[in-house]
Design a protein around this ligand. Sequence first.
Ligand code: PAF
Length: 282
Amino acid sequence: MEIIKEIELMQGLSEKWRRDGDIICLVATMGFLHQGHIELLRVGRENGDRLIMSIFVNPIQFGPQEDYKRYPRDAEGDLDKARSCGVDAVFMPTVEEMYPDGFQSTVRVEEITEYLCGRSRPGHFAGVTTVVAKLFNITRPHLAIFGEKDYQQLIVIKRMVRDLSMDIEIIEVPTVREKDGLAISSRNSYLTPEERSSALSLKKGLDLAKAMVAEGEKDPAEIKDAVRELILSHPSTEIDYIAICDPEELTDIGIIDRPSLFALAVRVGKARLIDNVIVREN
Ligand code: PAF
């Protein structure tokens, strides 16, 4: 497995693989790999001849009050996991390599970044699309794998790829969950044992919304109220948003008369957790 820190070397290797006729697949990560990432790598390995994983905790997608500094990191553990998942190259640049002095460009997707997480994390998605566009230019993939757990991120990246005519296929991977339903996330590591029990309220909220819609409830307000009540009955929870919206445009919907995205963000202790599901009538 190649471990590459310089942009030029990564571009050179990808170019060589392209000339050899290999299909290149990218899994972009911020490291601290968990089962969710392992699943992305598994799908990547299945779909590409060459699998590249990037590890880069991207400072420009964190707000000033967010957890950039304390975001969990484990480079050695990540490299071991990458090896056992059959990764061909790990691209792990420094911040200076990615954003040298004088860096002043941004890739921004407009409307769909204003809703859901965009409301409480201004600038977050511009940070994500800027780094992902850069990673695409550096690793030159044919395919890139993203998880449905970060649903808005996935939709925003797909929109960027479409709008900017990037010749890259985005493959979506369903959310990986713990046995009890908690969506696997690096930020789960911030939870105390008590908070972890409260964090289960997100999945319970999704299940409740799903059941209500399946049974014929069409009013988003009714569903949001029921889920809010359920979540707040768990200690240490603070709701950032509960939304029912169009799965592509992410705009709120007035009546549930088609498959809709049910998404939520909840602070549990120090962790801000997100989860989502598509709800539809039976
Ligand atoms: O999902 C993540 O881990 C990050 O947002 C990504 C896509 C690697 C960009 O920094």
